[in-house]
Design a protein around this ligand. Structure first.
Ligand code: MN
Ligand code: MN
Length: 295
């Protein structure tokens, strides 16, 4: 499997997880079970009244960021802030509070780095990191971390958010290069939890109804990702936990897509995904990997 194939699978995984999870976003696992049994299809609906296969801010912010990286030839904070601002002006279907607040601040100041705040520990920067991972493949770990923070700090300037973003980006890069699930567990997930105990994810109780707090989100994603053995099983497991299900779905889909690759993507999900989104994700994945010369 080529790096480009895995990169495309990761981008499509992000979009599929977002579209699948958005149907049950803010529901509890019990409410999901009553209404759907097991939720496993891209049927739209949810609190945003989406069309089947439609995605939300998780995917559209990633695409906006990816376009800015391709236009600049690198990850640039000001270009990312301008891209997110244009995205917000185009009236997206949903937008997080921290994203909105700090983009409105950017409009006033022109300063693309939000002030530091431990309260801005939502998952809004982590959900859109994928284009950074693809664009910086092959760069030094330090350079990758700098690029992660440049995009993240436009809206989320917070140590826990940074730790999550950097871990996810480095995990995806290793998965693109063919790392196993076990490698990802021991080289990234456990070290993250060792540095920041908030991310410990092997609790006695399964993480249900995960909130938008980035540690809650990653606990659910890691439990599902490491406890399942295929793309479909991982995504179904994570979105049926409810809560911020479009975002857990998007992040889990990005990781599982990079790990398992294109052949594992369920045909019915690829067919159901919004066609324009599918084209944009595939095109960006190819272009971003081409930018690195690592295809
Ligand atoms: Mn969303
Ligand atoms: Mn969400």
């Amino acid at each position: 499997m080529t790096i480009t194939d895995r990169a495309i699978a990761s981008y499509l995984g992000l979009a599929i997880g977002d579209a699948l999870g958005s149907t049950v976003e803010f529901m509890t696992p019990r409410e999901i079970a009553v209404q759907y049994g097991t939720h496993a299809n891209l049927i739209g609906g949810g609190w945003l009244h989406l069309k089947p296969g439609q995605v939300t801010d998780d995917t559209t912010m990633a695409l906006a960021l990816g376009e800015s990286i391709l236009a600049q030839g690198r990850v640039d904070a000001l270009a990312a802030a301008q891209a997110f601002d244009a995205w917000m002006r185009a009236k997206p279907v949903d937008i997080g509070n921290t994203v909105r607040r700090n983009l409105l601040q950017f409009r006033k100041t022109g300063e693309p780095h939000a002030p530091y705040s431990d309260h801005d520990a939502g998952n809004g920067a982590a959900m859109r990191v994928l284009p950074v991972s693809l664009a910086t493949l092959g760069q030094s770990e330090d350079a990758v971390r700098v690029a992660c923070r440049a995009q993240a700090h436009v809206t989320h300037h917070c140590a826990l958010s940074d730790a999550a973003c950097e871990t996810l980006v480095l995990m995806v890069q290793d998965a693109l290069r063919g790392a196993t699930k076990n490698d990802l567990l021991h080289q990234h997930a456990h070290p993250l939890a060792a540095r920041h105990p908030e991310f410990k994810f092997r609790a006695v109780r399964q993480s249900q109804n995960p909130s938008g707090y980035v540690a809650d989100t990653l606990q659910a994603v890691f439990q599902s990702f490491f406890d399942t053995d295929d793309f479909r099983g991982c995504l179904i497991d994570v979105v049926n936990r409810g809560g911020d299900a479009d975002t857990t779905g998007a992040i889990a889909g990005m990781l599982a897509g990079a790990l398992y690759g294109l052949e594992e993507m369920p045909e019915e999900w690829l067919k159901a995904l919004d066609a324009n989104t599918l084209r944009s994700c595939e095109g960006q994945a190819r272009a971003l990997i081409k930018l690195t010369g690592k295809s």
